[in-house]
Each structure stands twice: as structure tokens, then as C-alpha cells.
Design a protein around this ligand. Structure first.
Ligand code: NAP
Length: 528
């Protein structure tokens, strides 16, 4: 029997195995893919790279690892991130407890034995006292039910399950559906290779340049000289990264327009999420938000030569309401002669035929179809497992009205089950590895506390869960996050309840609440 079964060998599962095993627990990781790496194994489309600088999107738990690992670029590419995951698996001798090519089909809580009975798709059974779901909030790809999709005669590729062999776009007419983070990364590269590229845009994206390039040796040396201090300062910021830049001390609209523009321009030149951190109120004050949004719209108009195309590319929803895209040459791609933008915001894609897509009564011929249509976020990865808690309660039924949870880590009715970087945690707004390390450390401490006292189970209470979800909703009400149709709200999936699923409010406040619950003897949990 295992002490802990971890599902998923991405960054969460790898650190979970290392940490829990090093405190003497018997741990096994089951991974559906033939490799470690999680999201960085699956999302290997052209241009896939991280949108947070690698010096900040990396593990902090081991000083020697963070000193010795060298990132070649400011924003690591998918292959480099996959190498890093493999390096960590080897360096900490993790592979002996990881079973690859093994998808979990079911996990049922056996109340009499206080154990999780886990079954794989191949039919193996494993018992564990605790289960940690390290399957990521964005691992269940969304393929829209466009009529006729199955009749398309060319290849249909999804950004989140990209083929492992190289895809040749040369001489082909390619269509991309979607303009989120994945699409914004792959569109410029496919445009360079394809004969024509037609982009079907339902909602325009705000994209800020990464200004990616070789990692500057002086910057690397400066950060590594006090890496622990740098990590600690990052953990005190709302997003768990970006501590090198502080927001302006005044709210946006109290700063005169010239200074405001100058600061936006400075942050645009820094690149990435720095723009959203220029002022403290960008995500909470609609006027402040619109000032930032209008700055980006101005950039789009200045980059894209055809004013009609620029207009279609200009978003009208609040900036940051959907996750900001971090790009390399995205808007400029629309200046190419071989690229066409089709607005499907007003008139959806009607159908797919053998040779193309039809929208607004017009057929668009294509040889290849790329769906960069995102994920069934937060709930999808868990609800596709036959996951049952007390009295056979299925997670699908528990979450019919939205993902009830406490601290983002636990669900009432599902004892001894922990969920990593899921609904109810601030992980989506942080450098996710900061959240992963926080969650795993919290879980490790919790299991040690239970074991030291001879307790068999821990389970979130329903009142604690209700209060946590109410807190999440109350915080979201004070933000711009409710002002668009994002995956944070489940609004990208037809029929999914429109609930703001992550926790806003910043990582430090979240971590404090988690710590307070633990220090109060796991307040909000029943322990037996
Ligand atoms: P996404 O942000 O959900 O974007 C999906 C796109 O597909 C949206 O433009 C969406 O339009 C469109 N779409 C979906 N269904 C459609 C339909 N039936 N017809 C037309 N358009 C449709 O997904 P993603 O780009 O894969 O990114 C998801 C998240 O993964 C990101 O927000 C980010 O957190 C993470 N990610 C990060 C990076 C990175 O830079 N490191 C890269 C990729 C992904 P609507 O907006 O109208 O729904």
C-alpha cells in the first residue's frame, strides 16, 4: 500500500514525489504520457514557450539546482523546459517511482478502510492513503463541436496535443481557429512557412511583446548571487514573480496622461506581464484598466498597416480579464501578404467541410486545420476521471454547479485528496511553480501533522468550502475578471456554469490563509 499516489508527472508531480518521498513516505506517480514534463510534454506546437521569465518560472526548492541550471533564453522554449523536467527527474532519482504510459481511470474512496482505491486504464489497482492530483488546470483540451469537423479531409491539429514528428506547412493553405496564448505563439511561425494562413478570430487578444532573447549573463549572475532572496521577494508579490519592478505609487488616474503613457511605454519595452504591473489598480478599476487597454490598442494600430485589420484586432474587453498573451511578432504577422484575418465574433464558424471552413456564408479553403481552442480548465481534468468520494459521490455531481473547494486544495466529501493548482487557488495568476511549491509544502506538512497524531483522514468541511467559494466570488466582484468570456469563468465551454474558478487577491494573502488554517490545527477540516 502506498502512502501517497500522485497523478501526473509534470512540475507538480515531480516536486511532490521528491518532497513527500524525502519525508519517508511511500510515494508513486502515475503519468498518462510516455514522458515526464506534463504541460511541456503535451504543448509542443511551433513557438511554444513560457510566458514568465525562466529565472522566475523554475524550482526554488534546491539551491544547487537553481544555481547550476542555466537557461539559454529569457523565456525558455518548450524543448528546454522539457529538458529541465527530465533533468530534475534524473537529478533527484525520481524515475524509479514514476510509472509512465499509465492513465488513471478511476479513484474511489473506500470509507471503511479510509483508503483511495485507484484503477488505471490498463486495469491495474493501487491503494493509497492519500491522493494528490497533479494533473494541471489546463490539461483537458477543448475541441469545439463545429458541425462537419469530422468530414475535413486534411490534418486537424490541436495545439495541446501536437504531433511529435515535425509538421510541414510549406506550400499549404493553413487555417488557425483561436487567438489565445497558444495561437498567438504559433501564428507568426506558421505564417512564415505556410503558403497562406487564415486566422479565425472570435475574440481579439491583448498581446504584449516578450522581447525574448539570450539570457543576459549579468542578470543571471546578479540574481544567482542572492537567488533565495530573489525568490523570497517574489513570493511577497501578488503574482509570485516580478519583484524587480514596483508599481507606480499612485493609482492610474491620479497620474497625468503624459507620465502614464511614459510608464506604459517603459513597461511595453520591458515586455511580458510588466505592463499589467505598471499600476496597482489595472485589474480593479475599470477606468485604469481602460487606460492600459487603450495604450495596447494604440500599439496595435501603429503596428498593423491596414486600419480595417487593426480595428478587428483591437480588443474591447478589459485587459487582463483573459490571460494576457506574451508574443513575438504577433500583430506584425497581419502585415504579411499571405495572412488573412477572419472575424468570427459576430458570425460563428458555421461548419467545416471536406476542404475548409464556412463562416458568414463564405467558404474558406484550407488544407490543414489548427485548433488553438484551449482547454476545459480547472474542472475538465478531474471530471473526466471516475473520481468518487464518500458514499460514491462523483466529482461531476459534486461540481455540477461549479468547483466547490476549500483553499483550492481540498473538496468536502473527498477525504485525503489534494488538488494542485486548481480552482480556488491563486495559481492561475502566479508563476505556477511558486504555487506548486507552496501547495506541495503545505500538503507535506499536513500529512506529517496527521501522522504525528495518528489521524487517518482529513476532509474539508462544507461550511469552510462554502465560505471559501463565497470569498473567491466576493474578491472577483472587485476586479475586471467578470467582464469577458474567459476560461477562468468556464465561459469558453458551452454549457459550463459561469463561475469565477480561480482565487484572485494575490498569492501572499492566499498563502497566509492556508498557513493560518494549518496553524489553527487545520481549521475548516474534519480530522479523524
Ligand atoms: P485560450 O486562451 O482559451 O484560447 C482559445 C482560443 O480559441 C480563444 O481565442 C477562443 O475564443 C478560441 N475558440 C475556442 N472555441 C472556439 C470556437 N468554437 N470558435 C472560434 N474560436 C474559438 O486557450 P490557449 O490559447 O490554449 O491558452 C490557454 C491558457 O494556457 C493561457 O491563457 C495560458 O494560461 C496558458 N498558455 C500559456 C502559454 C504561454 O505563453 N506560456 C501558451 C499557451 C497557453 P474566445 O476567446 O472567444 O473564447
Amino acid at each position: 500500500m502506498l502512502d501517497v499516489l500522485i497523478v501526473g508527472a509534470g512540475f507538480g508531480g515531480l516536486y511532490g514525489l521528491h518532497k513527500l518521498r524525502s519525508q519517508g513516505l511511500r510515494v508513486r506517480v502515475l503519468e498518462a504520457a510516455p514522458s515526464v514534463g506534463g504541460t511541456w510534454w503535451a504543448n509542443r506546437y511551433p513557438g511554444a514557450r513560457v510566458d514568465i521569465q525562466s529565472l522566475e518560472y523554475s524550482y526554488s526548492f534546491d539551491e544547487a539546482l537553481q544555481q547550476q541550471w542555466h537557461w539559454s533564453e529569457r523565456y525558455a522554449s518548450q524543448p528546454e523546459l522539457l529538458r529541465y523536467a527530465n533533468h530534475v527527474a534524473d537529478r533527484f532519482d525520481l524515475r524509479r517511482d514514476i510509472v509512465l504510459n499509465t492513465r488513471v481511470a478511476a479513484a474511489h474512496f473506500d470509507e471503511a478502510a479510509a483508503l483511495w482505491r485507484v484503477r488505471t486504464e490498463r486495469g491495474e489497482s493501487l491503494d493509497a492513503r492519500f491522493v494528490v492530483m497533479a494533473i494541471g488546470p489546463l490539461s483537458s483540451p477543448n475541441t469545439p463541436a463545429i458541425p462537419g469537423l469530422e468530414t475535413f479531409e486534411g490534418p486537424v491539429l490541436h495545439s495541446a496535443c501536437w504531433p511529435h514528428e515535425p509538421v510541414d506547412f510549406a506550400g499549404r493553405h493553413v487555417a488557425v481557429v483561436g487567438t489565445g496564448s497558444s495561437a498567438v505563439q504559433l501564428i507568426p511561425l506558421i505564417a512564415e512557412q505556410a503558403r497562406t494562413l487564415t486566422v479565425f478570430q472570435r475574440t481579439p487578444a491583448y498581446a504584449v511583446p516578450a522581447h525574448n532573447g539570450a539570457l543576459e549573463p549579468e542578470r543571471e549572475a546578479r540574481i544567482k548571487a542572492d537567488y533565495a532572496g530573489f525568490r523570497a521577494r517574489n513570493r511577497r508579490t501578488r503574482a509570485g514573480f516580478g519583484s524587480e519592478l514596483s508599481p507606480h505609487p499612485l493609482p492610474t488616474m491620479q497620474v497625468d496622461a503624459v507620465q502614464r503613457e511614459a510608464l506604459f511605454e517603459e513597461r511595453w519595452c520591458v515586455g511580458g506581464f510588466a505592463l499589467l504591473g505598471a499600476f496597482v489598480d489595472t485589474l480593479t478599476d475599470p477606468r485604469a484598466n481602460d487606460a492600459c487597454a487603450e495604450f495596447v490598442r494604440g500599439k496595435i494600430r501603429s503596428i498593423v498597416r491596414d486600419p480595417a485589420v487593426a480595428q478587428v484586432l483591437c480588443p474591447t474587453h478589459p485587459i487582463g480579464c483573459k490571460r494576457l498573451c506574451v508574443d513575438t511578432g504577433y500583430y506584425d504577422t497581419y502585415n504579411r501578404d499571405n495572412v488573412t484575418l477572419v472575424d468570427v465574433g459576430a458570425a460563428p464558424i458555421e461548419c467545416v467541410t471536406a476542404h475548409g471552413l464556412v463562416t458568414g456564408g463564405r467558404a474558406h479553403r484550407t488544407d490543414m486545420l489548427v485548433l488553438a481552442t484551449g482547454f476545459d480548465a480547472f474542472t475538465g481534468p478531474l471530471t473526466r476521471i471516475d473520481l468518487r468520494g464518500r458514499a460514491g459521490l462523483h466529482i461531476r455531481d459534486k461540481w455540477r454547479g461549479g468547483p466547490l473547494n476549500y483553499l483550492g486544495l481540498a473538496v468536502a466529501g473527498f477525504p485525503n485528496l489534494f488538488n494542485l493548482v486548481g480552482a480556488g487557488s491563486t495559481s492561475a495568476f502566479t508563476s505556477v511553480i511558486v504555487s506548486i511549491e507552496h501547495h506541495i509544502d503545505w500538503i507535506a506538512e499536513c500529512i506529517a501533522w496527521l501522522d504525528a497524531r495518528g489521524h487517518a483522514t482529513i476532509e474539508a468541511t462544507e461550511p469552510a468550502e462554502a465560505a471559501w467559494v463565497a470569498l473567491g466570488n466576493a474578491i472577483a466582484q472587485q476586479t475586471v475578471f467578470l467582464g469577458c468570456n474567459s476560461w477562468y469563468l468556464g465561459a469558453n465551454i458551452p454549457g459550463k456554469p459561469r463561475i469565477f474558478m480561480p482565487m484572485a487577491g494575490g498569492f501572499p494573502a492566499y498563502a497566509e490563509r492556508c498557513a493560518a488554517a494549518a496553524h489553527d490545527g487545520y481549521a475548516g477540516f474534519d480530522v479523524h
